[in-house]
Design a protein around this ligand. Sequence first.
Ligand SMILES: [Fe+2]
Length: 208
Amino acid sequence: MERPQELQDFLDIALPAMQARAVGAQSRASLAWIAKAAATPAAPGAAPASQPVVERVLEPALDRPVEQADLAALLAALRALAPRLCWRRRSGDATAGPGFEDGHANAMLLGPGGIEDRRDLWIGLSLLAPGIRYPDHQHAPEETYLVLSPGDFWQEDGDWFQPGVGGSFYNPPNIQHAMKAGDEPLLALWALRPEREAASHKPRLAAP
Ligand SMILES: [Fe+2]
């Protein structure tokens, strides 16, 4: 199975960048497992697809000057990978803010419906236009975020917090969580490890 070079280059930077910033033993263990699994390519999946919000705000999100060299390299690798991304929208609900539908997109790199269509792990991106609030949501797989822009994040029973560029946090299985963009686009990378038993079942198209 051959992996597009742009995708391999991105993973080679993104996974170590996530591992270097992971907070806590659970997150580190999750990412170590994901990095090992991701070393094996899987069958190609989704064809590239864009969304209006991507045309509006991806470029400014990638253009951000960042001090940390590996994150600058990550954004450059993402720019190279951008033409291959399959961006989709998820449904909103009562907790989504105004404009959510047209103001967000998710791209799966590795995972269900991804550039590599696979069930053993999920790695993807969320992009929100300024002012957009993502709905509260939850999922069985545990999840680690690497935040690549300003933005506010929330976890069940907590207050909204601002990880900042390069910030990382861990969502245990089934915890409610959300995010919202302030004055600038929000860009975040996430990596999920499905429950081992669930990984063999066909999940719905993912909406992390
Ligand atoms: Fe999530």
